[in-house]
Design a binder for this molecule. Structure first.
Ligand code: ADP
Ligand code: 5GP
Length: 210
């Protein structure tokens, strides 16, 4: 029986390192599928439509949201972001694990709809480090940076609702921890029972005990 894929959601404040850690995880695990979100924000320099995000108008986004196109969606820092449901469902159905990078409300919506989704919070070592990382990334205006930093403390309070917290101080270490979470989740007894059934079904002792 093919294993149904697991859904992993990475969330946390802007600048915590979610994007960097997701890229790192995808390099470590080529079989993991990243779900490309739809957004109404403008592309940053170097961002490619269909690769980093699908860049849509607000009208198109709201029309799609109205007909249930998204697994979850939310307004984040003044723009809409959403996860197209069809691709996630077909990947999970085919047995692939799927990775999502979502804001807190998106993560909560996913947990409600998919209760065995694994929620992972990425924690920065300090608010100063967060400030420094957002500034160094240099992808937002001063006003956008302020909006993201103001939202950070609210985000931190939400961390307790998550299944895991990964401290992203040293990038390499955080990457290893994230990878270990995937391994541990796959080994959960509830997800491995089919292996025992299979062993019993095909084992050499079959018949002797009957
Ligand atoms: P997010 O997706 O959470 O907004 P990013 O992945 O874009 O954050 O990371 C923000 C910035 O911080 C990027 O410039 C990235 O290279 C840098 N960064 C990420 N993790 C670390 C780390 N552990 N140490 C130092 N810089 C980091
Ligand atoms: P950015 O504009 O920096 O790429 O992303 C801003 C925020 O939007 C991040 O916190 C990111 O996790 C979140 N985000 C990205 N895609 C989605 C999505 O599909 N749904 C939700 N709810 N949040 C998303």
């Amino acid at each position: 029986m093919p294993r149904k894929g697991l859904l992993f959601v990475v969330s946390g404040p802007s600048g915590a390192g979610k994007g960097t850690l997701c890229q790192d995880l995808l390099r470590r695990r080529p079989g993991l599928r990243f779900s490309v979100s739809v957004t109404t924000r403008s592309p940053r320099v170097g961002e490619v439509d269909g690769v980093h995000y699908f860049f849509w108008s607000r009208e198109r986004f709201l029309e799609a949201a109205g007909r249930g196109y998204f697994l979850e969606w939310a307004e984040v820092y003044g723009n809409y972001y959403g996860t197209p449901v069809a691709e996630v469902e077909s990947a999970l159905e085919a047995g692939s694990d799927v990775l999502l990078d979502l804001d807190i409300r998106g993560a909560r919506q996913v947990k409600e709809k998919v209760p065995d989704a694994v929620l992972i919070f990425i924690l920065p070592p300090s608010l100063e480090a967060l400030h420094e990382r957002i500034s160094r990334r240099g992808t937002e205006t001063e006003q956008e940076r302020r909006l993201r930093l103001e939202a950070a403390s609210g985000f931190l309070k939400a961390a307790r609702d998550f299944d895991y917290i990964v401290l992203n101080d040293i990038l390499e270490e955080a990457g290893r921890v994230l990878d270990a979470i995937i391994t541990a989740e796959r080994c959960r007894t509830s997800r491995q029972l089919h292996l025992i059934d299979e062993l019993i079904r095909t084992g050499p002792s079959r018949g002797k005990e009957e």
